[in-house]
Design a protein around this ligand. Structure first.
Ligand code: G6P
Length: 609
């Protein structure tokens, strides 16, 4: 999704902005641009396409020596990817340049109003309205102009703004879209995300809702919506820029797949207490509150939602209360039945996914207790939920998530066991056994990652498939959803996940000679039924890869290929099963020569509804 950077300091801003924008490429984008403060006012360079295209344009026009500027990568929402729709948007007067992440919902209304005041618009974006609106509100005081314009804006926005009258300053404002401020030596930064500026500074803070920041090379002033100065605690980022580099791997995705054992260990370790206890570190939600919860709703988007679907099966069984998983984009508009005895769990890697954030707010407004599972520290969802459980996966750059998924899964499992311990719905022996199994997951994942050749071989057999079907029952179906998403999002092969029992109600008509079916057969209670489903698709000509438990001696006799999951408890199985499926998607996409880390049309952090 759109990425913002801004710099005020003593370095030449053009190469710095281009480099910082490259670090935001992972978010997904289709055009890019920069606005520079020059001796002749604000200069804009922007283009449809990649940063490399922008770099070419900038190089052709020569270095201008500017040390103040803002930059942007755009992921099109309103208006096609084009030069004119790219950011920054410079007001026709040449006084105000703006980069924007988010959506201005009432932009048509504002546009019509500004046209009546003599303003003209060149493109179709909602963002162009912001530069012209601030220009309209401007009469010499930039802070006043930004605040006055903000009163008219409906929607979500992170904004980077420069005024030609204030060549040594950049301005930033945010609501419902992320924006951080980086503090350097005689230089300061704004950015959508930490990797953009990590090469220059590790001291950052996140702007809170509706805060406005004024940056000069020597100072950062933050004002709340009442115009009062606000002090932020500066966070020192421990991970260095290497954590956000490929480290010798061809893609971030495979690097992040390989990092899973470590990420899972780091996520589990801080929660394990002496004597088989689980330490959640909650301050607002007490043990008593957790005992009194009558139902749980898990809400999230994309892969995080798929974690919720796995967790739904486990938590329901362990807690003996209704547990549902719902897409955050649906949750909010579906009149969720929740009250103060409902626990809403929001799962999000970025902590900034707008649908998930809005679902969280809806849950809070209806009185639910809220816990989030988040990877990015101090992100909006982490800040706004009553309690947060952090996954310690480290920065995840590849759009297709892997290590965030795996860490979310073990963390929600630990949380479920803790609740079951408190509520007495799980025996101490069973909870001790489950905790032991969870502790063994990193080793199990490492074991699978040591032998990628089998998966590479299977990918080489099937990378030309037109369509792939993933089948499973119960937890295996939940895992199929994620496996199918992984494959389709990075390889562009059509793929569907189907509950195996539902197959004969429609999808089976799509099975023909050599259609690839991946059958997940790790859920022991329904193995016999899965074997029947495999026979059904085999009878229609399908080729079947079955994912099976180590001790399964039946399924191999009906499937064309098998992938064995090392022996483990049912709680560890999902964490292990997903790994070969991530690898399969990766190697297929690699053989097809796809842009694996930045699949077309996708964004890492989806900050629009
Ligand atoms: C995007 C990403 C997915 C991710 C989803 C939710 O679609 O491409 O990988 O699962 O957003 O993101 P979140 O940051 O909330 O986990």
């Amino acid at each position: 999704m759109c990425g913002i950077v801004g710099y005020v300091g003593e370095k030449k801003v053009t190469p710095l902005l281009l480099e910082a924008l490259e670090k935001l490429e992972y978010r997904g984008y289709d055009s890019a641009g920069i606005a520079l403060m020059t001796d002749n006012g604000i200069g804009i360079k922007k283009t449809r396409g990649r940063i490399a295209d922008l770099r070419k344009i900038v190089e052709e026009s020569g270095e201008c020596g500017s040390t103040v500027g803002i930059g942007h990568t755009r992921w099109a929402t309103h208006g096609e990817p084009s030069d004119v729709n790219s950011h920054p948007h410079l007001s026709k007067s040449g006084r105000v340049a703006v980069v924007h992440n988010g959506i201005i919902e009432n932009y048509m209304e504002l546009r019509d109003f500004l046209i009546t005041r003599g303003y003209e618009f060149a493109g179709e974006t909602d963002s162009e309205v912001v530069s012209e609106l601030i220009d309209y509100c401007y009469s010499g005081d930039p802070v006043y102009a930004v605040r006055k314009a903000e009163l008219q804006l409906k929607g979500s926005y992170a904004l980077g703004i420069i005024f030609s009258d204030f060549p040594d300053q950049i301005f930033a404002l945010r609501k419902d879209s992320p924006l951080i401020v980086g503090i350097g030596e005689r230089e300061n930064f704004i950015a959508s995300d930490i990797p953009a500026i990590l090469k220059y500074t590790r001291d950052v803070f996140r702007l809170d809702e509706r805060e406005l920041a004024v940056l000069t090379r020597r100072s950062v002033t933050v004002l709340n919506s009442f115009g009062e100065r606000v002090d932020h605690v500066i966070e020192h980022i421990e991970w260095d820029s290497g954590a956000a580099e490929k480290g010798g791997y061809p893609h971030f995705m495979i690097k992040e797949i390989m990092e899973q054992p470590d990420a899972i260990s780091k996520t589990i370790a801080p929660r394990l207490a002496e004597g088989g206890g689980i330490e959640l570190g909650f301050k607002s939600i007490s043990d008593e509150d957790l005992k009194n919860i009558e139902s749980i709703k898990i809400t999230a988007c994309g892969s995080a939602y798929h974690v919720g679907v796995v967790a739904k099966h486990l938590l329901k069984k362990w807690l003996n209360i209704p547990v549902e998983a719902e897409l955050a984009s649906e949750f909010r508009y579906d009149d969720p039945i929740i009250n103060e005895r409902t626990l809403v769990i929001v799962i999000s890697q970025s902590g900034e996914t707008l649908d998930s954030l809005y679902a969280l707010r809806e849950a809070k407004a209806k009185g639910a207790r809220t816990v989030s599972i988040v990877n990015v520290v101090a992100s909006s969802i982490a800040n706004e939920s009553e309690e947060v459980l952090y996954t310690w996966a480290g920065p995840e750059i590849s759009v297709a998530t892997t290590k965030a998924y795996s860490t979310q899964l073990v963390l929600i499992e630990l949380f479920g066991i803790r609740m079951a311990q408190l509520r007495g719905t799980m025996s101490p022996e069973r909870s001790a056994a489950l905790i032991e199994s969870i502790k063994g997951i990193p080793e199990g994942v490492s074991h699978i990652l040591k032998d990628v050749q089998t998966i590479q071989y299977m990918a080489s057999l099937y990378f030309n498939s037109q369509s792939v079907f993933f089948l499973g029952r119960n937890i295996d179906f939940a895992l199929s959803l994620e496996a199918s998403l992984k494959l389709k999002e990075i390889s562009y092969i059509h793929s569907e996940a189907y509950a195996a029992g539902e197959l004969k109600h429609g999808t089976i008509s799509l099975i023909e000679d050599d259609t690839l079916v991946i059958a997940l057969c790790t859920y022991r209670p329904l193995l016999e039924k899965m074997i029947s489903n495999i026979k059904e698709v085999k009878a229609r000509g399908a080729k079947v890869i079955a994912i099976i438990n180590e001790d399964d001696i039946q399924t191999g006799t009906v499937a064309d290929h098998i992938i064995r999951i090392p022996e483990c408890d049912e709680i560890a199985t999902p964490s292990l099963t997903i790994v070969p499926l991530q690898l399969f998607a990766y190697y297929i996409a690699s053989l097809k020569g796809c842009d694996i880390d930045k699949p077309r049309n996708l964004a890492k952090s989806v900050t629009v509804e």
